[in-house]
Design a protein around this ligand. Structure first.
Ligand code: GLN
Length: 212
């Protein structure tokens, strides 16, 4: 099976590990740089991005994380994970570093106080079976996406109508919401497929031609 790490500095790590395991991946927590080396993909959980970033700096993980995801390691971020993956942030403490793996501008806590936490139905490109129930908790949205970013989903209706809440750029996927909290495994299944395909290509390249 593919081995998928979950960044385990803070946030809803256990929920992601459980979904990935249920989908047949080998899911492992990642807290130290050495633990990054053996993974085929990485999930960045929901939680508090400022805290995660501080811990990543303190543990020496930020640099290796950046190198890994910018170097092509498939990644999936939910909520705070989307903030971590973005190149540009709005409403973040000045100088909050990110991994810069998605050519997007992300606004933190974008939905405002009156909408601290809510549930909505969102249709996602590439996810068959109808709209999924999306849980937003002090969620960010994508304010602007670069030309190479595929918009997978937007809010429908309400004051945030049309806001981008799911994106993909190559092997990097991110959602403003938390599929790991709803029991709907379809977004994780999409990501596990991305990881499997990337791992298969990696292995094919590593096998010398004519070797069987
Ligand atoms: N507001 C949080 C942040 O900016 C994200 C919240 C979440 O992950 N549920 O990090």
């Amino acid at each position: 099976p593919v081995r998928i790490g979950v960044l385990a500095l803070q946030g809803d790590v256990r929920e992601h590990l459980a979904v990935l395991t249920a989908l047949g991946a080998e899911a492992v927590p990642v807290r130290r740089p050495e633990e990054l080396a053996g993974v085929d993909g990485l999930v960045l959980p929901g939680g508090e991005s400022t805290t995660m970033t501080k811990l990543a700096v303190r543990t020496g993980l930020l640099g290796p994380l950046r190198e890994a995801v910018r170097g092509g390691l498939p990644a999936y971020g939910t909520c705070a994970g989307l903030v971590l993956l973005a190149e540009r942030l709005l409403d973040a403490p000045p100088g909050q570093p990110t991994l810069g793996a998605l050519d997007v501008t992300v606004r933190r806590n974008a939905f405002g106080r009156q909408a601290e936490s809510f549930e909505s139905r969102i249709e996602l490109a590439g996810v068959p079976g109808g709209p999924l129930s999306a849980v937003f908790i002090r969620a960010p949205w994508v304010e602007e996406a670069g030309p190479d970013v595929e918009v997978l989903g937007r809010v429908v209706g309400g004051p945030a109508d049309g806001r981008i809440v799911a994106v993909r750029q190559g092997d990097v996927v991110a959602t403003s919401f938390h599929p790991e909290l709803t029991g709907d495994t379809r977004v994780h299944a999409l990501f596990v497929d991305v990881v499997r395909q990337a791992a298969a290509v990696g292995r094919a390249v590593a096998v010398p031609s004519g070797a069987g």
